[in-house]
Design a protein around this ligand. Structure first.
Ligand SMILES: Nc1ncnc2c1ncn2[C@@H]1O[C@H](COP(=O)(O)OP(=O)(O)OP(=O)(O)O)[C@@H](O)[C@H]1O
Ligand SMILES: [Mg+2]
Ligand SMILES: [Zn+2]
Length: 338
């Protein structure tokens, strides 16, 4: 990322040098394993700040701070970063990846972590119910600076979704892997489906957008925020019909198929990533869409392998791939519609 160009890759900045007690922090969002914050340094932080902080160079500018959650059983950040650099970055153009770099959080007890935890306590009511009460991993030594993909001004539209499994399952099946799994979830817990007011989007619709108005409608219905303008809707519609990133993700996914048993780790990473879109209109006529993949974290395949294989067996044997389960579950799979 450009902001860090002056930091050599072997030099990991320690952000506890930047007087965390004086930061302005906003809680941005969270997932099951990570927390994301926006950090602002007060103007003219004293020169006692870290030696690598050059005058006028604010490493938080344009970046967000991502930290691990307590209790999440994921790899330590240096391992995630190493994996991302060595295994993920060769697969996609640089402009299609949310850039990330490691930072240190200071010695334990980390002032950075206590500041973030204080904020989490204050913001508890804004958090997703099932995430309330979770804090930053207390002895985390590292965080990440990630390129901020949110709107830069009020006319921008930011949206995110998980593309999931973009390829139809191998062999003659009437449901894709994602819809088969959703049907299985409904089967185990009938309230699951009801929690999705709009139904569940079939990921195959993403790639069918270029040829099928029905798929396009379906995708827009699921990912377009209600607050968007007609122009933004149009930009997104054009992007869905013409983008090269989703086809590339599909290709890379099919080259790393979990059923091949080769590199299960990478197959899982590629099926759990997020896609962020920022649509902006620099002028009346022109528009810019930035499309970047994020959350490309290394997965613990050894731990998940047995669960994975069992689930696959249940999907096949229970007839979920073929819509032959009893009782029959409704899905909106593209393969069932055709
Ligand atoms: N680069 C970014 N720009 C803007 N928002 C972001 C960025 N990275 C993360 N977020 C926000 O923070 C949320 C959680 O981030 P992240 O995906 O890193 O967490 P996670 O725990 O890995 O999630 P999951 O449970 O989906 O694996 C995202 O859904 C998004 O809303
Ligand atoms: Mg994740
Ligand atoms: Zn489907």
């Amino acid at each position: 990322m450009s902001q860090s160009a002056s930091v050599p890759s072997d030099h990991i900045p320690d952000i506890s040098d930047f007087c965390p007690e004086n930061w302005t922090i906003n809680f941005v969002n969270e997932g099951a394993a990570n927390l994301v914050f926006e950090v602002g340094l007060p103007p003219g932080i004293p020169s006692t700040a870290g030696s690598h902080r050059k005058r006028g160079h604010d490493i938080f500018q344009g970046n967000l701070l991502r930290v691990p959650k307590a209790g999440a059983k994921t790899f330590p950040y240096p391992e995630l970063q190493q994996y991302w650099e060595s295994t993920v970055t060769p697969l996609f153009p640089e402009e299609n990846l949310v850039q990330q770099q490691l930072v240190r959080l200071g010695h334990s007890p980390s002032k950075v972590i206590s500041r973030l935890d204080e904020l989490l306590i204050k913001e508890e009511s804004r958090r997703r119910k099932d995430f309330r009460g979770t804090r930053v991993l207390p002895d985390a030594q590292y965080g990440m600076l990630i390129e901020d993909m949110r709107s830069q001004n009020t006319s921008d539209l930011f949206l995110e979704f998980k593309p999931k499994w973009l390829s139809p399952s191998p062999s003659q099946r009437t449901r894709c892997r994602n819809c088969a799994r959703e049907a299985y979830r409904d089967h185990l817990d009938p309230s699951h489906h009801k929690a999705h007011r709009l139904g569940i989007l079939c990921p195959l619709d993403f790639l069918a957008c270029r040829d099928s108005p029905q798929s396009l409608d379906s995708v827009l219905k699921h990912i377009l925020p209600a607050s968007s303008s007609p122009a933004q809707r149009n930009h997104l519609l054009n992007w869905l019909k013409t983008n090269t990133l989703l086809p590339l993700l599909q290709k890379v996914q099919s080259e790393h198929d979990p059923s091949s048993g080769v590199n299960l780790e990478l197959s899982m990473t590629l099926r759990d990533c997020s896609l962020f879109l920022r649509i902006s209109s620099p002028s009346e006529e022109s528009m810019k869409i930035e499309a970047k993949l994020a959350d490309l974290d290394k997965k613990n395949a050894t731990k998940k392998k047995d669960h994975w294989e069992e689930l696959e067996r249940n999907l096949v044997e229970g007839g979920f791939y073929d819509g032959k389960e009893t009782p029959r579950e409704e899905t909106d799979c593209l393969l069932e519609r055709n």
